[in-house]
Design a protein around this ligand. Structure first.
Ligand code: ADP
Ligand code: MG
Length: 696
């Protein structure tokens, strides 16, 4: 495989544009991509024509506006290029206006009451900052999705708005420190975790098919405790899958870089090289699609749910975030001498302030029914947002705060004490795997995202929070004269750190001491569940902040809150109903058959005057548990129906969380105990052991 040749071969990228567009149009496109300047509609016809010719060469017959409605998943509707001509022939056409604007019948996408069905107009609008690409016979054009009145209906538009907002503020910020630039871009590298199991086993589990997770399943004798899966040798079936995934992603210009086994059995990770956050978001969506489709091809199923299996780790998505100028300066690069790198320190101070003041927005941006199973479950960061700075950076800030000069600690070399093995230069901070928001060398890593999440929303919130912090710091800095700028900046960094260091915590975020004592003492909120997190969308200060940066108006905040709460309600409802039906139609009937077999044996043995301890006792226990499960199943269905009648969605989601989910847990306990009693011959579902330790 010639990777450089393959890479981006299905993308209408810079190389293709340079080759196929007039110099004037090419230049205009380039400016749009690099500095966010709008493209003139005049040039759109030429671009559309070139794009079409290229796409046809790649095998395309159709094009689609590819957009990201509030479901978080990409949506597409294909139109062919054909244009019938007199005489019964066709030509292939694609006009500038078709490139720029599309009008899907949008009435069936969630809009949170912003669009009545009667006025269902929604438009998809070309996003020229993310390249078009071909998959199969279709040309995909990344687009924004907005309503007739211009309100956002998608995940991409607010992200682009937040990038513009951050760029405007951060450009001023960087310039104050003497860094020349026209635009500041945030860059993101999302690490994607997933599970891969045998497709036949997946097909045999309705819970996986309907809800993405197992709603019951007793723990197998072996889980992840031997730690033999993490970074372990990759089994050949999985390796063939990974190679296939990489090849397809590379063709689509996704810079897939790292692949490895994760902690839980059957769990893996794929990380790309970072890119501008808009492209990173599109690429992450593509990655998730390619993972799922490729799994099918290999008779595997890729599970992107945050918690497919109880008792082993769930899957997350680490969002590595940084900001760089268009002149190539990463504001979060500490450089050789971080203690004297004022722009770096001020940027870190801005992030500390941002995360402290807006932790509720960060928390809500990762709130989903699936992710609720992870956050705070000793495998993912807790639901309390805090920042990890590491020893060196903390020491620098502590020195600034106390007015002392920072003395660089011993970073130096680490000796392995084996003659043939070279000593090596240590990094300036160790890793901390438990923090939700960790400084990792030249970027911050937001670790609270769930594996299935569209990364748009968390990045919107980080961008807006940091823009807000920088804006208030700019107010102070811009009053300084050149002569006292350094003094003012140092004082500002010190004051900002002092005011917000309560958010900095370098210890173990899983410890009881942190969760129950220290974080409470510092007044950091612990927002435990999605129904508690999402209402923060419409807190007056959050609405004001999001409106100030032009990301959402009040109606849009309200709509988002409602859509996401409704989504939560639907997810729990589906889970509860799936659980009810599987219990009623599969599991309890199977238990009865097993009991029949046991009673038969009891009867026979009685006739023969034999003892029947085993059958008798298992029969008795199974009978008891079946009755218990039967009553819990009925109660669950009753609660689910109650919830469905509720009209206030906030109240409804709280009820689903507190009553319905709790009842599901109770029922699960009975069913998992039953699974341990009932012969595997009768048990109607693949077990955890079958799925997690499948045979190649
Ligand atoms: P980890 O050790 O955390 O598992 P990985 O190498 O798997 O690290 O992932 C780190 C991610 O961070 C990669 O996607 C990488 O491209 C990304 N990254 C590196 N530098 C930056 C940066 N300046 N901005 C954003 N992301 C970055
Ligand atoms: Mg990581």
């Amino acid at each position: 495989m010639n990777v450089p040749e393959l890479f981006g071969s299905m993308v209408f990228n810079d190389r293709e544009m340079k080759k196929r567009l007039s110099p004037e149009t090419y230049k205009a496109m380039k400016t749009t991509v690099s500095s966010g300047k709008p493209i003139s509609p005049k040039l759109a016809d030429e671009i559309a024509e070139a794009m079409k010719l290229w796409a046809i060469e790649k095998g395309a017959t159709h094009y689609t506006h590819w957009f990201q409605p509030m479901t978080g998943l990409p949506a597409e509707k294909h139109d062919s290029f054909i244009d019938p001509q007199p005489g019964g022939s066709v030509i292939m056409t694609f006009k500038g206006k078709e490139l720029i604007k599309g009008e899907p019948d949008a009435s069936s996408f969630p809009s949170g009451g912003m669009r009545e069905t009667a006025e269902a107009r929604g438009y998809t609008v070309w996003d020229p900052t993310s390249y078009a690409f071909v998959i199969g016979t279709t040309l995909y054009i990344p687009t924004c999705f907005v309503s007739f009145t211009g309100e956002v209906l998608d995940k991409k538009t607010p992200l682009l708005r937040s990038m513009d907002a951050l760029s405007e503020v951060a450009t001023k910020f960087a310039r104050l420190f003497g860094v020349e630039c026209e635009r500041v871009n945030c860059t993101v590298g999302p690490e994607q975790e997933y599970f891969l199991i045998d497709r036949d086993l997946y097909n045999a589990r309705k819970d996986l098919r309907y809800t993405g997770r197992t709603l019951f399943g007793a723990a197998p004798p072996k889980g992840q405790e031997l730690e033999d899966q993490y970074f372990g040798a990759i089994r050949s079936r999985v390796m063939a899958f990974m190679e296939d995934v990489d090849e397809q992603l590379w063709k689509l210009g996704v810079a897939a870089k790292t692949r490895h086994n994760e902690v839980a059995p059957c769990q893996h990770e794929l990380a790309p090289v970072f890119s501008s956050v808009n492209v990173a978001t599109d690429h992450n969506l593509l990655t998730m699609e390619v993972l799922k489709k490729t799994a099918e091809k290999h008779n595997l199923a890729c599970l992107l749910h945050e918690k497919p299996f109880k008792g082993v780790n769930g899957s997350g998505k680490h969002n590595n975030w940084s900001i760089s100028t268009d002149t190539g300066v990463n504001l979060l690069n500490p450089g050789k001498n971080p203690a004297d790198n004022l722009l770096f320190l001020a940027t870190v101070a801005a992030v500390i302030k941002a995360v402290h003041e807006h932790s509720d927005l960060l928390r809500l941006s990762v709130a989903t029914a699936g992710n609720d199973h992870r956050l705070g479950a000793n495998e993912a960061p807790p639901a309390i947002i805090s920042i990890y700075l590491g020893d060196q950076l903390s020491a620098i800030f502590d020195a600034i705060e106390s007015g002392k000069k920072y003395k660089a600690g011993e970073t130096g070399k680490t000796a392995i004490r084996v003659a043939a093995v070279p000593d090596f230069e240590k990094d300036n901070s160790d890793r901390n795997r438990t923090s939700p928001f960790a400084f990792t060398g030249n970027k911050f890593e937001f670790r609270a995202l769930g594996s299935a999440l569209n990364i748009g929303c968390p990045n919107v919130m980080i961008n807006v929070a940091v823009a807000d912090a920088m804006e208030s710091m700019i107010e102070v800095l811009s009053k300084a004269t050149p002569a006292d700028f350094e003094k003012t900046a140092r004082k500002l960094i010190k004051d900002t750190y002092s005011a917000h260091k309560a958010i900095v915590f370098n210890g173990n975020n899983y410890s009881d001491e942190w969760i129950n004592v220290e974080s409470k003492k510092r007044g950091l909120p612990e927002i435990k569940s999605t129904p508690d997190a999402l209402p923060c969308y419409t807190k007056p200060e959050n609405v004001a902040l999001l409106a100030h940066f032009g990301v959402f108006n009040e109606r849009e905040c309200q709509a988002r809150k409602e859509i996401l709460l409704e989504q939560y309600a639907k997810v729990i409802n589906i889970e509860a109903y799936t659980m009810y039906k599987m219990t009623a139609k599969m599991i309890l009937p199977a238990c009865v058959q097993f009991m029949n077999a046991l009673s038969e044996s009891v009867k026979n043995k009685k006739d023969l005057n034999m003892t029947y301890d085993y059958e008798g006792s298992v029969l008795y226990k199974t009978g008891k548990l079946v009755d218990k499960a039967y009553s819990q199943m009925g109660a669950l269905e009753e609660l689910r129906r109650q919830a469905a009648l509720m009209t206030d969605v906030e109240e409804q989601t709280k009820y689903l969380h507190d009553a319905v989910l709790a009842k599901m847990e109770e029922l699960r306990e009975s069913l998992d105990s039953l699974e341990l009693l009932v012969s595997s011959e009768y048990w109607p579902l693949p077990s955890y052991g079958d799925m997690l330790f499948y045979v190649d």
